[in-house]
Write a protein that binds this ligand. Structure first.
Ligand SMILES: Cc1cc2nc3c(=O)[nH]c(=O)nc-3n(C[C@H](O)[C@H](O)[C@H](O)COP(=O)(O)OP(=O)(O)OC[C@H]3O[C@@H](n4cnc5c(N)ncnc54)[C@H](O)[C@@H]3O)c2cc1C
Ligand code: FES
Length: 287
């Protein structure tokens, strides 16, 4: 997965940021599972060959549909010439079905790419921060930024050493550090603790963050207080995926995660009265 498709070639503007054409596709595309890798006890990586090119931007997502089972949003963990990678964490009905029953050779369907991804840049000093399956969009983003000659530092947070994955992949493209809450591997503490330590010593042109929303908002606040630009990927319950049903709305701004996000400018998130209200984790816990 090291080649970049021609659609993702950088188009530099004056400020050094890169505007990619927005790719949005809402009909189903057939895919066949090419390989599966167990990354942790609850996370697997799926490589799927699609019957056509889709050229997603990093941070965009797809709706993966398993007929008679369900459809779930997943971030692109990588993409190259018709082959896509997803990192899937087993949390509930559909993801458990996928882990148990989707094998090499299984056929699946996807709609996408959907939503708005990260702003790409070249020759910049970038910080990537992630945890859990938030590493998925971050890896695809990092690979493209590295190809654009950005200088990358990556901070990955895990609960304990059995949750650690993708460290060698990130290390190939960036200066990578990990934290575990029990200190079994890397820095002892949360990724937010590690971020505070790094920000006391360094500044970055842009900080990209993906993961649990409480962590994400803390990082956005810390970085914004130091005047750094941030972009964060939000999660809500996504049903239609194209801005119609309202299930993923972020109030009071009337934003829809599936259409206006999932990636948002940190300055916008700071304007929300309660950015965590109605998020997926909160709804899942309530129900
Ligand atoms: C834009 C976007 C991108 C995403 N990208 C990825 C990705 O790359 N990889 C990935 O694994 N997942 C990703 N997700 C989350 C994924 O879509 C959900 O985990 C999935 O829909 C759960 O479906 P399920 O049927 O297995 O769980 P459900 O049966 O719907 O839920 C069962 C239980 O699982 C738990 N649960 C479900 N979803 C979550 C959640 N998001 N966070 C915490 N706990 C939860 C709750 O306890 C819940 O009660 C993404 C979500 C969004 C909105
Ligand atoms: S999921 Fe329907 S509007 Fe976003």
């Amino acid at each position: 997965m090291n080649n970049r498709s021609s659609m993702n070639k950088p188009l530099n503007d004056e400020a050094g940021s890169i505007q990619l054409p927005r790719q949005t596709q809402s009909r189903y595309i057939l895919g066949e599972v090419y390989s599966i890798r167990q990354l942790t006890p609850s996370i697997k990586e799926y490589t799927i060959k699609l019957e056509e090119e889709i050229n997603p931007n990093p941070g965009q997502f797809a709706m993966l549909w398993i007929p008679n089972i369900g459809e779930i949003p997943l971030s692109f963990a990588d993409y190259s010439t018709g082959t896509v990678k997803f990192i899937i964490c087993r949390v509930g009905f559909v993801t458990t079905y996928i882990h148990r029953n989707i094998l090499v050779g299984s056929r699946v369907f996807l709609r996408g790419p959907l939503g708005n991804g990260f702003t790409l840049c070249s020759l910049k000093n970038c910080l990537l921060i992630g945890g859990g399956y938030g590493l998925a969009p971050l890896y695809y983003l990092g690979r493209i930024l590295a190809m654009n000659n950005c200088r990358l530092k990556t901070l990955l947070g895990f609960k304990n050493s059995s949750d650690v994955f993708y460290v060698s992949e990130f290390s190939e493209i960036s200066d990578t550090y990990i934290s575990t809450e029990d200190g079994e591997e890397g820095f002892k503490g949360t990724v937010v603790d590690m971020v505070r330590k790094i920000l006391a010593e360094e500044t970055f042109d842009i900080v990209y963050v993906c993961g649990r929303e409480q962590m994400l908002m803390k990082v956005v606040k810390e970085c914004s207080a130091k005047g750094m630009k941030t972009e964060a990927s939000l999660e809500r319950i996504i049903k239609c995926g194209v801005g119609l049903c309202g299930s993923c709305s972020v109030e009071p701004l009337g934003l829809r995660v599936c259409r206006d996000g999932p990636v948002f400018d940190g300055r916008l998130l700071l304007k929300l009265e309660d950015p965590l209200k109605n998020n997926r984790e909160e709804i899942c816990i309530k129900n």
